[in-house]
Design a protein around this ligand. Structure first.
Ligand code: ADP
Ligand code: MG
Length: 614
């Protein structure tokens, strides 16, 4: 008796589906990528119960002709490549031809589509790989796919789905990224009966950020644009105040694809290092364009990983671009206690089966995000209140709100608070809580954290000394003998030059003992042995890494951290001197660990607080 069976197509499809469809978000990803590949410039996604009971994706793209429909649902059927030589030149998002067959194997699917040159469209129904119906239907050009009851025929897999809220969250996150990756496509996302977001597709990236993340994010951005040897960075860096507790708001795209990559994340975080506290992450949207030869995007199509030819180059390029951009932007947090009324943006609407229709007044070019955000635009009034336009909600997860509090940052390029001239006019009010100094300047109250300012000045002076190869040392007499483990010894060996560069003098005896003869000057307030071992630990566990200069930088910031004691009384002349030193620095506004050195409050804020003005 024969024991070997040839599996039916249905079974094969169901097995294969396991690799493509694990949860509703996978279905949405495949359908939306197909819509993008079809040339659509408006895509509407609607889900019910987190996509578990229903997903509908409508696009205004090429549509599918009647005779191609059954083929589209066959495994390994694709219009995007013909043979393996095409693989090298893939521009489309999909090409494996597995998505529709996999989705149809485990869901109930209804397709309505019409290609531009057909007069009549087609409705096609397929459930669990079984064709149910094909018939004429009058629809506009484009495609709508409705996917119902995921895993209706594989209940065991349905059990692995999470709650509708969680599944819906995955979809929202995915669509945010697809919308950011495609600024020229209008995306509308509806969950249940709520429009979660609606992007205009007019290509304006700042406006896109506004639509997806709201006004607070959009009004606290620094534009980054730089190019070198065909490597192009473009996008928006959130000001440090937009910091988050997770990496979820680090958005980056390589050649138009949303990816995940440690090299990029770490490099941008490194650029922000001076501005953010530990365990806080920046908000940014960064588009990287590079020669496809220097990047492999197909490491794993579903996992969105990329690999670069030269990680070190990428990392240095990105982190220095970010750091230097942040440095030229003045960022003193200003305490604002009263929230402004949010302006109502106008939004274009694309319903299922509608060609992209954007009415005259809100057509692509004329919607100016600067005016929405209340920024002044020469010769233009802010947008008038327009009751007839709809205001739609942006997806903002309240639990993870963008802004820590209601403070905003001011840009005072014309009126720098820390110019030499300005500081000469500062009036010292006094010190409070043995830590903060109060000054007034014009109509601002300025509060300076003595500890953070001190730390910053020390750090910058150590950096300057290192740069000039003239580090002032403090000799330790008698030298401190320390016994190291074999691992610690090898770490010391690897980073010996860095220790020397920042002002350590270390003598080795060939065994496991070393002696510490000098440490960087000025680092009083901590035990030399503790400082040395802390640095060794950080280097050993890889938390400090990079090119030698970057390592020196980080070591200097570590060394300065505990070098200044808080609550040290300082006299007014001393504080003036500290301020004078501070204002010679490139970035006086944050201590090396990201805490602000000063914050301000305006007179009008105080007056609002006291209800003198409303
Ligand atoms: P792939 O995208 O890898 O080619 P799919 O299974 O996702 O494979 O889709 C199969 C084919 O169906 C595509 O190659 C394309 O020709 C067609 N197709 C799918 N979705 C759409 C759509 N929204 N608009 C136009 N054509 C589509
Ligand atoms: Mg596809």
């Amino acid at each position: 008796m024969s024991l070997i069976h040839v599996l039916s197509d249905e079974t094969i499809n169901r097995i294969a589906a396991g690799e493509v469809v694990e949860r509703p978000a996978n279905v949405v990803k495949e359908l939306v990528e197909n819509a993008i590949d079809s040339g659509a410039d408006a895509i509407t996604v609607e889900i019910k119960d987190g996509g578990i009971s229903m997903i509908r994706v409508t696009d205004n793209g090429s549509g599918i002709s009647r005779e191609d429909i059954p083929k589209a649902f066959l495994r390994h059927a694709t219009s995007k490549i013909e043979d393996s030589t095409d693989l090298l030149a893939i521009r489309s998002l999909g090409f494996r031809g597995e998505a529709l067959s996999s989705i149809a194997a485990v869901c109930q699917v209804e397709l309505m589509t019409k290609s531009k040159d057909s007069v009549i469209g087609t409705r096609y129904v397929i459930e669990g790989s079984k064709e149910i119906e094909t018939k004429d239907v009058g629809v506009p050009s484009g495609t709508t796919i409705i996917v119902k009851n995921i895993f209706f025929n594989t209940p065991a897999r349905r059990k692995f789905l999470k709650s509708p809220i969680t599944e819906g969250g995955y979809i929202a996150d995915l669509l945010e990224h697809l919308a950011l990756a495609n600024p020229d496509i209008s995306f509308k996302f509806i969950s249940g009966s709520d429009v979660k977001f609606h992007t205009s597709g007019n290509g304006d990236k700042k406006e896109l950020i506004y639509r997806l993340f709201g006004k607070d994010a959009a009004s606290n951005l620094v534009k980054l644009e730089t190019e070198k040897d065909g490597l192009k960075l473009e996008g928006y860096l959130g000001k440090p105040e937009l910091n988050r507790s997770t990496r979820n708001y680090e958005n980056y795209f390589v050649n138009g694809r949303y990816v995940k990559n440690d090299v990029i994340s770490s490099a941008v975080e490194e650029g922000y290092r001076e501005y953010l506290m530990q365990h806080r992450f920046p908000f940014f949207v960064l588009y990287i364009e590079m020669d496809p030869k220097d990047v492999d995007v197909n490491v794993h199509p579903a996992k969105m990983e990329v690999r670069f030819k030269d990680n070190v180059y990428m990392s240095d390029y990105i982190s220095s671009a970010v750091a230097s951009k942040l440095k030229v932007t003045e960022m003193i947090p200003e305490t604002v206690l009263v929230k402004e009324e949010e302006p109502k943006p106008s939004v274009s609407t694309v319903e299922p089966f509608e060609e992209k229709r954007i009415s005259k007044d809100i057509s692509a070019g004329s919607l100016d995000i600067r005016r929405i955000l209340g920024e002044s635009v020469p010769g233009k009034e802010p947008y008038p209140e327009a009751p007839e336009v709809t205001h739609e909600h942006n997806v903002i997860k309240a639990s993870d709100a963008i802004i820590v509090n209601t403070s905003v940052q001011m840009e005072l390029f014309d009126d720098k608070l820390l110019s030499r001239d300005a500081v000469a006019e500062y009036e010292i009010v006094g010190q409070i809580f043995e830590t903060y100094w109060l000054f007034t300047y014009k109509d601002k109250l300025i509060m300076m954290d003595q500890h953070a300012a001190h730390e910053k000045v020390k750090y910058e002076s150590l950096l300057a000394q290192m740069k000039n190869k003239d580090v002032v040392k403090q000799m330790i007499s008698p030298a401190i003998v320390i016994t190291l483990s074999p691992t610690e010894l090898s770490v010391l060996n690897d980073y010996k030059q860095n220790f020397t560069d920042i002002g350590f003098e270390i003598e080795e005896f060939g065994g496991s003992d070393i002696s510490l003869r000098a440490i960087p000057m000025d680092l009083y307030g901590q035990s030399p042995k503790e400082l040395f071992l802390n640095i060794l630990d950080e280097l050993g566990n890889g938390r400090i890494s990079g090119v030698p200069e970057a390592i020196n930088d980080k070591l200097a910031s570590m060394a300065c951290k505990s070098a200044v004691k808080g609550n040290t009384p300082m006299s007014a002349p001393e504080i003036k001197e500290l301020l004078a030193k501070l204002l010679t620095l490139d970035n006086p506004y944050n201590c090396p660990h990201g805490r602000p050195t000063m914050i301000t409050m305006s007179k009008s804020e105080l007056e609002k607080r006291f209800k003198r003005i409303v």
